[in-house]
Design a protein around this ligand. Structure first.
Ligand code: NAD
Ligand code: ZN
Length: 358
């Protein structure tokens, strides 16, 4: 591996309240003859005004994405097949939604031009061909999926993204208006994904000045939003959207850490969603991130959020083993968190005791 990561970024970025209205103009030069644009829209927006603002042309199509569960490889394959059967070629795919829909849009774009199943490409640099044009429009802020070079999918044997230079969006539209009125619990869980990215990146062994500069800015924005503000307003939406972007940029050049490595196990076995799973885990990580966890707990209290507990009660030894296997498999995350000798620090026994706390 090269000594310095040379990473592919999103090609075009537009930011601002109302920037969604520029979508038609932005898409125009990317349209191909007789090939529609596909708008993959979070099912939350079914029958909501946003759907009527989508600039449909020709045989463009809106598909509602069912994100009751976080994206699976089977769902990606099904959507890509459906588009190939119906249209042959498409001009591009626009994902409008939370991290789940954005990841789905990236994955479907790639699968329009790569053979086989998306499960074949879960890993690092396995994707062979660029996908079709893809744009991401977040409606929740925090995951950093809008800027990342991965799209996290649950497959037959693992939960892992299609991590490649072909994965980042060609365009993102960051319009904080679209995140207004998200339920406070959801907003918090997804926002904490960003906060946790910052803590894991800033306390990680992979840290350099690039990651640190973005991570510190994102952290400062999260602290302002979740500790200093007394009520949610437009300013919070504006700032959290930029925190998500900066947090994503921070981990682009470092890595996440313990909370993510452990919460991946929960989501693989129990289907726990990413944001809430990270919160459940973070609540018990004093040993690894003492300052971050104390501050996280103040944020939970101030924002009056419920963090579920007891989710691992009654699990069998095999189930604990399955979670431990998934978690231990996230080697770069552990190495970032605990250093090269991480296996001496985080043993299977220790991880089991941690899972038993949730
Ligand atoms: P989500 O996309 O899973 O959505 C959570 C819920 O909120 C869904 O029910 C959705 O319909 C709803 N929703 C979306 N927008 C809404 C709005 N404006 N108002 C009300 N409800 C709304 O949540 P998320 O936290 O944004 O994303 C989590 C996903 O992102 C996971 O699948 C995770 O694996 C992925 N992720 C990806 C990356 C990456 O780099 N690619 C990084 C972190 C997380
Ligand atoms: Zn995350």
């Amino acid at each position: 591996m090269a000594q310095f990561r040379n990473f592919k970024m999103v090609s075009y970025v537009v930011y601002g309240r109302g920037s969604f209205n520029q979508l038609d103009e932005i898409l125009a030069p990317n349209r191909k003859a007789n090939a529609p644009m596909i708008f993959l829209v979070d099912h939350f927006f079914q029958n909501k005004p946003l759907v009527n603002r989508i600039p449909l042309r020709g045989n463009d199509k809106i598909l509602l994405a069912d994100v009751s569960y976080e994206p699976k490889t089977t769902y990606v394959d099904e959507l890509a097949q459906q588009l190939k059967d119906e249209f042959g070629n498409i001009s591009g795919i626009i994902g409008i939604g939370g991290g789940s829909v954005m990841d789905l849009a990236k994955a479907v774009s790639l699968m329009m031009n790569n053979p086989g199943s998306s499960a074949d490409y879960q890993g690092w640099d396995l994707v062979k061909n660029p996908g079709v044009y893809k744009a991401g429009i977040p409606t929740l802020s925090g995951t950093g999926a809008e800027v990342s070079r991965t799209c996290v999918l649950t497959g037959p044997t693992k939960k892992l993204g299609m991590n490649s230079d072909f994965t980042p969006f060609d365009q993102i539209i960051l319009d904080p208006e679209l995140t207004a009125n998200a339920p406070s619990n959801q907003r918090f869980y997804t926002g904490m994904d960003c906060y946790i990215h910052c803590i894991e990146s800033l306390q990680g062994t992979f840290l350099n000045e690039f990651s640190k500069s973005y991570g510190e800015k994102a952290l400062e924005l999260c602290q302002y939003i979740f500790l200093e503000k007394n009520a949610w307003d437009d300013e919070c939406d504006d700032k959290l959207m930029m925190a998500s972007y900066a947090g994503g940029m921070s981990i682009a050049y470092s890595q996440v850490g313990v909370a993510h490595a452990v919460s991946y196990g929960l989501s693989y076995l129990l289907g726990t969603r990413h944001g809430i799973g990270n919160c459940i885990v973070m609540n018990h990580l004093e040993e690894y991130y003492p300052k971050g966890v104390a501050e996280f707990k103040r944020m939970v209290e101030k924002n009056k959020i419920d963090i579920p507990s007891g989710i691992c009660k009654g699990l069998t030894d095999e189930q604990f083993e399955a979670m431990i296997n998934v978690s231990m498999g996230m080697k770069p995350l552990w190495e970032n968190a605990l250093g090269k000798d991480w296996e001496k620090i985080m043993t299977r026994e220790k991880l089991r005791l941690l899972y038993e706390k949730f």
